[in-house]
Structure formats: C-alpha cells, structure tokens
Ligand binder design. Structure first.
Ligand SMILES: [Cu+2]
Length: 343
C-alpha cells in the first residue's frame, strides 16, 4: 500500500524542480523534527531516519529507584500492599522511520510517515524469586501518520505553516514474548508498537531566517479520537514544544541546538491481559511524563555530482529534566541519523 502510494506520486509528478538551484543545509530543521519544512509545487521528498534510544534505571516521579525499591513499591492491583514481581533494568529501541512528502501546490504539502520498531527490555525478578534477569523482545510496524502542511505566512524572513493529520493504528498492541512467569505473555505498554487508536494531531511551525542564522519553533498537539482501543485503554494527550536555532557554516553544512518540552498525559483504562503485579511496565498508572530535552545536530547536503543534493542529518537528544507519572524507566539519550532526498 505504502509502496503503491510512492509509485503513484512519482508517476504523476511531472513538475520537477530545477536541479541547478542551490539547496542549503539549513533549509531543513534538526533531523529529528518532523514537518519542519514544506516543498515547492510538484516536489517529492523521501526520507529515512534511524533512531536509537536507550533507557536505563528506574525513576518514580523525579527520583531514581533501586531494584528493591521498585519491587516493594505498591502495584496498581493492590491497595498499597503488594509490590511488583519484576523491576525493569534497561530498554533499547531501534526505530526505522520512512517518510514521503509531496507538494500539491506551493502552499500545500502532504506527508506520510511510518516506522519499523525493534525493542528489547531487560527485567530483574524480585529477590524472593531469585533475582535473575531476563529479556523480552518485540518488533514490527509502528503507527502511520498522514498529514497536510498548509502555508499561512511567508516573507523573506519568516515562514509559517500549520500541519493537520491523523495517526493511524497500524502498529500492533498485541506484542508477546516468553517471561519466567508465562509463555507468550502480552508485553508491557512500552513494548507495544502502536497506540491502537486513531489519533488526530495538529501543529504550528515557524522559521525565522537571518542570513546564516535561523530560529524555529514548533508546537504540536496529539489526542486520541476513537475512544479506548481493542485492549481497553487509551493513551493520554501529548503536547510537544520545540525551539531550535541553526547556524550555516558553509552552504552545505549547518549545526543546530534545540530545546524541547514534551508532556504526555496519563493513560485511561488498562489492558486486562497485563497483570500490574508483574512489573511497573504493565501497570497503566505508570504512564505519562514531562520532559525537557536538549538536542545537538548537524545537517549536511552533498554537492558532488554523485548523489547530488542528498541530505544527511544527525542529532543527539539528551533529557535534562524528567518527571514521570509513577514508576518508569529513565530515558538516557536518543540518537537520530537521517537521509533525505527531494526532486
Ligand atoms: Cu521534505
């Protein structure tokens, strides 16, 4: 289906932009930012981003917890009595994100994005059960986002557009693996690949240019519109605010810094097949956060004849403040490597 859309876009795209035109490194924002730019009428862009995220240790609110503190913390099924059987130790996630953009007009660009996710979580059993560690894995396609970007203002210094879209539940919410307690058990919320709900989103994106220096802002809001998913839960609203600045050292190289605030509201309902006594990762109360992240990035565009105007970007994102709702794994860093090409 996705491939078919791409083929159709290429087939109907007759209005190629001139290849002699100079493309600049900083005409796209930091690589981890989606929907930061629009295209000229008839232009197509393909992108691939590889994201790697590492989570280590466990926090409750803003406080780090040891393993024994996690297993003795009251679980969501008890009235402050029973603890958790297992404590999460670490989680790794690799994301392969595929995107396509196509400009219907100079002031309307459509965008589709999907991903393939690979996750691994290591947990440790409570001391009474021997304290052994075990891993669970999941992989598969994530949710798919379709959106339209609409230019609302443009002059020599300022470009502003809004984005309106839908996140479609193409990601599985029935990822399973073997655990010491049961074979083929449904994994915790973070190990699932999608939300299971149709989630509309809206964003405003602005870029100000002063020669080699740029400032950008993006404000993003996502909510779920289809009620609880088939497993009886629904993620809370997400609000994301990003401000970034980039400096173009040469036509083909720019660097960026970014500050990002992310708010994830609490979860409604819970998956009946996830036993909250097993692990904080299976307890619906332990969802939601506020995070403040710093990002550092480099954008590069290739001017050699071979692979001309192919873009590469890299960005590291480091949380500086984290406040979790309940007991959750602590995010250490996120790394995004991306390739983009438009024609
Ligand atoms: Cu693009």
């Amino acid at each position: 289906m996705f491939n078919l859309i791409i083929i159709l876009i290429i087939f109907f795209n007759s209005n190629h932009s001139k290849s002699s035109e100079l493309h600049l490194a900083d005409s796209h924002g930091p690589i981890s930012l989606m929907g930061d730019h629009m295209h000229k009428k008839g232009e197509v862009m393909f992108s691939y981003r590889f994201g790697h995220m590492l989570m280590n240790n466990v926090m409750n609110g803003t406080k780090s917890l040891g393993i024994d503190e996690v297993t003795s913390a009251p679980n969501g099924a008890s009235n402050g009595l029973g603890g958790y059987m297992n404590s999460p130790i670490s989680m790794k996630m690799d994301m392969h994100m595929f995107g396509a953009m196509y400009a219907l007009k100079d002031n309307i660009t459509i965008m589709i994005m999907t991903s393939y996710l690979e996750k691994e979580m290591t947990q440790q059993r409570m001391r009474m059960s021997g304290g052994a560690r075990f891993d669970v894995n999941s992989s598969g396609i994530g949710d798919t986002r379709i959106s339209g970007l609409f230019r609302i203002f443009q002059n020599d210094y300022t470009k502003t557009h809004i984005g309106v879209g839908l996140s479609l539940p193409t990601g599985s919410i029935d990822e399973r693996d073997n655990t010491p307690a049961s074979t083929n058990a449904r994994l915790g919320y973070a190990m699932q690949n999608g939300t299971g709900t149709v989630d509309p989103f809206f964003f405003v994106n602005n870029v100000n240019s002063y020669g080699r220096l740029k400032f950008g802002e993006q404000f993003y809001f996502k909510t779920s519109a289809s009620g609880k998913n088939s497993k009886n839960y629904e993620y809370g609203d997400n609000f994301d605010a990003t401000i970034w600045s980039s400096f173009r050292w040469r036509d083909n190289i720019s660097t960026s810094i970014k500050i990002n605030y992310n708010y994830q509201n609490k979860m409604e309902g819970s998956d009946n097949e996830m036993n909250p006594r097993m692990s904080p990762a299976m307890d619906a109360r332990n969802r939601g956060h506020q995070k403040l992240n710093f990002g550092f990035g480099v954008n590069f565009i290739n001017y050699n004849e071979f692979l001309k105007n192919h873009r590469l970007g890299i960005e590291g994102i480091f949380p500086v403040y984290k406040q979790y709702r309940g007991i959750q794994m602590k995010e250490n860093y996120k790394l995004t490597l991306g390739w983009q090409y438009s024609f």
